[in-house]
Design a protein around this ligand. Sequence first.
Ligand code: M6R
Length: 601
Amino acid sequence: MCGIFAYFGPQTNPLEIVIKGLKKLEYRGYDSWGVALKTNNDFLIHKEVGKIGDFSFSDLQKIFPISNSQLPIIKIAIGHSRWATHGGVTEYNAHPHWSKNKEVVLCHNGIFENYLKIKEKLIKKGYTFRSETDTEVLAHLVEEYMHESNFENAVKKALSEIEGRYAVILISKHEDKLIAARRGSPLIIGKNGHDGEYFIASDIPAFLEYTNKVQYLDDDEMVIIDVSGARFENMRTHEKVNKRIVEIEWKVEEAEKGEYPHFMIKEIMEQKNTLYRAINQSAEKIHEVAKAIKSARGTFFVGCGTAGKVCMTAEYLFSKIAKRHINVIFGSEFKFHQDFLTDKSLLISVSQSGETADSLEAIEVIKKLGGRVVSILNNEASTMARLSDIVLPNKAGPEKAVASTKATTAQLAICTLLAYAMVDKLDEGEKLLIKTASQINDMLNPRYEDHIYKLSEKIKSAENIYIIGRGLNYPMALESAIKLQEVSYIHAQGFAGGELKHGPIALISENTPCIALVANDESKSEILSNAMEVKSRGGYIIGISPENAEVFDYWIKVPDCGNCSPIVNIIPVQILAYQLAVMRENNPDMPRNLAKSVTVK
Ligand code: M6R
């Protein structure tokens, strides 16, 4: 989704910092971008459609040469990468947007839900609109209120009229002030050791090279930054808020590609270690969550996309290991189930980013009813973390490729631990996971990648790929389809193996690739029969399995990890999806139309 970056401070190259910051936010997904710099009495604004790519500060200087004498002592610059919602992908619609007389310039993530009503009001007052966005209304509205008040008060008044979920940063022509506000979309303030230097961004890696000291803006909070420092306030009550400074422990390198060509393959390979980290949970907390599940009247695992498929796997794990039913609902569907919920309901939210709007909405629903929230999260500093009663951290480190890989297997590991803890067998679960982690470590070697590469070569021009699984591996068949779709752009669909004969088998024709996810468990003979049904109709069978089978045209070996088979079976599909993306000349880190964290509903 959109990315926001702002700089406030003494450095002489503010736009260079902003452009660099926007590049670090590229992984979020975007289709246009723009920057604005406050000069002594005006703004320099530049916007473009497409990716920032190699665009640099020197390119900008060719467009508008900037000399230091044009700039105030305190430099203020903002930038934005836009993922279109209201209005097409055009330069006009790209941010920053400015007000009628260019008094106010701003960037915005999220959606102003009542923008049409405000727009009508402003049109009647003589304002004209340059863009089709919802964003532009706020710029004009602030300027309108600046006729009767100063910038800060005008922003407060304008925001009190805006409905929706958003993060917004605003600057004014006449004041050395940066204002940011959030309701539903992330904004983090970075504070440098240097006196009076601040960064604001949608995500920490954007400014991590300058500072690891951050302050999180919570919902309904705003920050006003000027030469006297940063003041935090509640947007509704205007009461002062004291913000803790948190020191981030990530290393800059963790959020960089290093020797790898793409984040996606780096993050796939990191699974050699990330599983060990995920397993290293506080036993006390795991037992506390298990107890909460036992005493809840209904436990609902909630997630979206890949995280939703992890929730579905948890349903099988809980049934198989803990002999207990849990409910699974995708975040966007949760509110339609609220009639079944009470203050005794428990929501377990699974999310990499902790910022997914659909999952956050589910949390709002359960909180209103008085229910409890546990989160399985990679981003421990996210909105979701702050809304949860208990957080189980994934500890996978920053995941920047849009396609989730290492966070997924970490989430699966934590769900497995929980299922074992339900029947007081946490030790057994831990041992199994440690064995699995060490087998993944052995598996992820260059020979393994080469073996999958040969398969990628064979199927790179396929129009359709089908994936089948049963039991624990049925949700992973669905997840495999997501992985393949999002980065290779090949049509891929996952099915429960037994469902094929009820319709989808009609899709199979000569040489259609069909991946069978096989586990050495009670589902094995049946999934192999389902694979045979596909093969008999001309399908090309790719078996991901601990053992070879006659039905396989291509076999990818995975270790036999018992109840951890979903964890090991998904990894070769992640590699396959990555390789297909590269072969088809797609950018696996930033697939078209997608965003890393989906902060709109
Ligand atoms: O950050 P979250 O885990 O809440 O994100 C949920 C989905 O948007 C995410 O898993 C998405 O499906 C991934 N791009 C899939 O790889």
